[in-house]
Design a protein. Structure first.
Length: 96
């Protein structure tokens, strides 16, 4: 049993999550750029994409980052955010 845990440890250390945040009141492309930059500044965030039409921010980050960190980053831009979904991404092995 311990051997399995040791073998799985690297997978747990590099697990990623997709977090979707609703950001109200964005009205122009500059708004999305500012929110995207703020979210990328959160430690552990790999990428962020913000869409004006849906007013959603999609963040790919290390597993286990508290929602509060994302929402505080959004708040620094003058907007309010609400986490609407969060799920762990499946890791794909890369043998190249």
């Amino acid at each position: 049993m311990k051997k399995w845990l040791i073998l799985l440890l690297p997978l747990m250390l590099f697990a990623k999550e997709e977090v979707v945040i609703k950001v109200a009141r964005m009205h122009c492309p500059l708004c999305t750029t500012v929110v995207k930059k703020a979210l990328k500044s959160v430690e552990g965030v790999e990428s962020s994409k913000v869409t004006l039409e849906t007013k959603l921010a999609v963040v790919i980050a290390k597993d286990g980052i508290d929602d509060k960190a994302f929402l505080e980053a959004v708040k620094t831009t003058g907007y309010e955010g609400v986490v609407v979904s969060r799920h762990r991404l499946k890791e794909q092995a890369n043998f190249y």
